[in-house]
Design a protein around this ligand. Structure first.
Ligand code: FCB
Length: 475
């Protein structure tokens, strides 16, 4: 038998959530409305009309949830702050009750020996800012930096890592391109403006956090980089990959890590915009040294050049819409991929994780990386005794953690892994129909129950050695 894979002692094992997906208490203690409140309350936008009004009621059950995190033996917990909870209108007055909630949470985590990794923006823009144009409005980036500054002042060095944005790709292209996410706008140019203003917001926020906390601040951003593969080795398919890679990956990596937008991206989208919203000096702001680059990985994409009539196939893993999130690109088709699949219909391909980490390492050898999300939704079944045996999720986590290990073996500088998600939660436009948690939430009673995957993950986090897929018994 081969020796089980062991990870370094300082490798960080964590789990992640996001405010709107778990907190509930949407109208309590002075919280203002966010674009996700508006969107989810608009009929037809979210499956079954689900909203985050109650979600997992984490706002009231946070102490129990911290206890679960402690019992899991995690080193870190990745949470997000709801901007409209701490600053209801997105500018102007802050809400002390909202700030106090996160202050208590961060303290409780620290007391439990768990490092708080805090994301400042996981998609819940204050509605008042959207009313002024949202991410298509440059002023939103400056408002974000003020909010970031205040959070740095309030939470300070109690936060282990400050992450500015979660997956700006989704905020820009799903929010303003295909419209399947809040605010649900379908404007090609608007999506590209949003891309830039998010990049600018990131840079300004890193500057603000560093301004307050100096070198003690660990800063990061989390991107959902796409692993894009060509259907064939033709030059056309290679060009299809190039175009998608530009929109999906280099539109963020370029300004954030290289201080420039890729020339081919500007050319590909020249018929949509002249990018004149990128002002002099912006790219010196967007590019900030990052202590860690967060990487979210779930599955891969396969593309080919499309020369046919009508609309190309769009099996890109994102919810269907008449408008494409791939702004300006009409000649690329996303192909259905071979299975197996998760309940999201996403193909399961752990090798994509290894490839992604290694390609980032090859391009940015000095940039430390962290897997800030990885996990899977499956149709969970509750056994008569109340247990949730989720062998598919255990296998998914096992194979992807192993894939991270292979990337480390090959030289990638990966410092941690966060399972998505700690709890079943509001999965955006899919509402509560998709369960990603390692802990089950009964949405009638809000009772939390460890799935087998939670027991398995506890074993991994506490032994730092990859358990076999059958090692799911409670401790
Ligand atoms: C990511 C999001 C996260 C969750 C997972 C499944 O795109 O960051 O909130 O919805 O997907």
């Amino acid at each position: 038998m081969s020796t089980p894979r062991r990870f370094p002692d300082d490798f960080v094992w964590g789990s992640a959530t996001a405010a709107y997906q778990i907190e509930g208490a949407a109208d309590e203690d002075g919280r203002g409305p966010s674009i996700w409140d508006t969107f989810s309350r608009t009929p037809g936008k979210v499956l079954d009309g689900d909203t985050g009004d109650v979600a997992d009621d984490h706002y009231h059950r946070w102490a129990e949830d911290v206890q679960h995190i402690r019992d899991l033996g995690l080193d870190a917990y990745r949470l997000s702050i709801s901007w409209p909870r701490v600053q209801p209108g997105g500018s102007g007055d802050f809400n002390e009750a909202g700030i106090a909630f996160y202050s208590r949470l961060v303290d409780a985590l620290t007391e439990a020996g768990v490092k708080p990794v805090v994301t400042l923006y996981h998609w819940d823009l204050p509605q008042e800012l959207e009313d002024e144009g949202g991410w298509t409005n440059r002023a939103t980036a400056y408002a974000f930096a003020e909010y970031a500054r205040r959070m740095a002042q309030e939470l300070g060095t109690r936060v282990d890592t400050w992450t500015t944005l979660n997956e700006p790709w989704c905020s820009a292209y799903l929010g303003y391109g295909s419209g399947v996410h809040a605010p649900g706008r379908t404007e090609g140019e608007g999506a590209l403006r949003a891309v830039h203003h998010l990049n600018l917001a990131h840079g300004l926020a890193v500057q603000a956090v560093r301004d307050v906390l100096g070198d003690e601040a660990r800063t990061s951003v989390t991107l959902n980089l796409h692993v894009v593969r060509p259907d064939t080795d033709s030059a056309e398919d290679a060009d299809a990959v190039r175009k998608i890679d530009a929109l999906a990956n280099r539109a963020f990596l370029g300004p954030l890590l290289d201080g420039a937008y890729p020339a081919d991206l500007l050319e590909d989208t020249a018929h949509v915009t002249d990018w004149s919203f990128v002002e002099d000096g912006d790219l010196a702001i967007t590019r900030q040294p990052l202590d860690v680059l967060g990487v979210n990985y779930y599955s891969t994409a396969r593309v080919r050049h499309f020369a046919g009539e009508g609309a190309p196939e769009q099996n890109d893993g994102h919810a269907e819409s008449a408008a494409s999130p791939w702004v300006g690109v009409t000649d690329v088709e996303f192909l259905q991929q071979p299975g197996p699949y998760t309940a999201m219909g996403w193909n399961i391909e752990p090798q994509g994780m290894t490839d992604l980490l290694l390609s980032l390492h090859a391009t940015y050898p000095d940039q430390p990386l962290m897997v800030t999300e990885n996990g899977a939704a499956f149709e969970d079944v509750v056994s008569p005794d109340g247990a949730v045996h989720d062998p598919q999720r255990v296998a998914y986590l096992h194979d992807h953690v192993e894939a991270v290990g292979r990337a480390i073996d090959a030289g990638a500088d990966v410092g941690g892994y966060f399972a998505w998600s700690l709890l079943d939660n509001f999965e955006w436009s899919y509402g509560y129909s998709k369960r990603f948690g390692i802990i089950r939430v009964d949405y009638d009673t809000l009772v939390r129950t460890w799935k087998d995957s939670a027991h398995w993950y506890r074993r991994l986090a506490t032994t730092r050695t990859l358990p076999g897929v059958d090692e799911v018994s409670p401790a």
